[in-house]
Design a protein around this ligand. Structure first.
Ligand SMILES: O=c1[nH]c(=O)c2[nH]c(=O)[nH]c2[nH]1
Length: 306
């Protein structure tokens, strides 16, 4: 394509910058059975001698935004992520010193913090996102009977190992590679229905019930060696039914927050289950009710209806 020059330009280019925004990089560092997680959202913004790409479309000075994305993932492997600041400094220095037309790099980073889930099983690879979930309660009374449904939403959890997914149906549209060691992460939305229905019976201790139900749910997530999110969901519900006599029904809606290992082979790097891209959509959505045997399902299928 012809590169046009504009000797008499009525419109002049002002401040400009470009790069790949919101690179979701998750780095797992393994210290034996103890895993450490760094979870960042990295936005790269470059500026410099970029007049020509705007005026004429010449890309001669343009390092592709796709390359800036690859650099983020490759650096996570090559240099690790000690801190957001250290990681950002590495990246900014790289872009400015390796590409002559790039004069300025701005790296913005958001970091999501994870706490460990306390569990009795061996190994430390289960995490809950820092920041409390939202607790929910719905009370219905018709003058005779009570129905109390409690629950929670926005409880984000992750296992950095002990999750596999294979042996599934394959048709002509199936491309998913089987996974024998993957990250399992979800944002739990759950509701549980109490069997307390009338004033003549003693009420459960609602505060203790919530705290214990949350604990069982988290421990079941952490302790289940998972062959599918469906299996983990059932274990979470069954653990609650087994341990909490006051609850007859549990329903979960679990988005599968996919973490795909990044292919670093093109950069001569081996990704040994360390660097992942955290994809936000589309996501698998796994939903099911777990009931005390013989009890009726009353929690709506669509939890947003509750
Ligand atoms: O745990 C999973 N369950 C699925 O049904 C499913 N489908 C898929 O593509 N990945 C997964 N993972």
């Amino acid at each position: 394509m012809a590169v046009h020059s504009h000797p008499a330009r009525p419109a002049v280019l002002g401040q400009n910058q470009y790069g790949k925004a919101e690179n979701r990089v998750v780095k797992i560092t393994r210290d034996g059975a103890t895993h450490h997680v760094k979870d960042l959202n990295v936005s790269v913004s470059l500026s410099g001698a970029m007049e020509e790409v705007h005026y004429s479309g010449s890309n001669a000075h343009v390092l592709p935004t796709d390359t800036t994305k690859n650099t983020v993932y490759a650096f996570a492997k090559e240099y690790g992520i000690e801190s957001a600041e250290q990681f950002g400094i590495h990246l900014a220095r790289h872009f400015v010193t390796s590409q002559e037309p790039i004069h300025r790099a701005r790296i913005r980073i958001e970091e999501y913090a994870w706490d460990r889930i306390e569990t009795s099983r061996e190994g430390a690879h289960s995490f809950v996102r820092e920041g409390r979930e939202t607790r929910l309660a719905q009370i219905t009374y018709d003058g005779e009977k009570w129905e109390v449904v409690s629950g929670l939403k926005d409880l984000v959890v992750m296992n950095s190992t002990d999750s596999e997914f294979w042996g599934y149906v394959k048709d002509k549209y199936t491309t998913l590679p089987e996974a024998y060691d993957r990250i399992l992460a979800t944002e739990v939305s759950g509701r549980w229905r109490f069997n307390w229905t009338d004033d003549a019976r003693e009420m459960p201790d609602w505060e203790k019930s919530y705290e214990q139900t949350r604990k069982h749910l988290l421990q079941a997530f952490a302790e289940t060696y998972s062959l599918s999110l469906q299996q983990t969901l059932y274990q979470m519900g069954a653990r609650i039914i087994d341990h909490r006599d006051e609850i007859d029904e549990v329903r979960f809606s679990l988005p599968n927050k996919h973490h795909f290992p990044v292919d670093l082979e093109p950069f001569g790097l081996k990704n040994d289950n360390e660097v992942y891209v955290a994809a936000d959509r589309p996501y698998g959505l796994i939903e099911a009710t777990v009931l005390r045997d013989g009890c009726e399902a009353r929690i709506p299928v669509d939890l947003t209806d509750l």
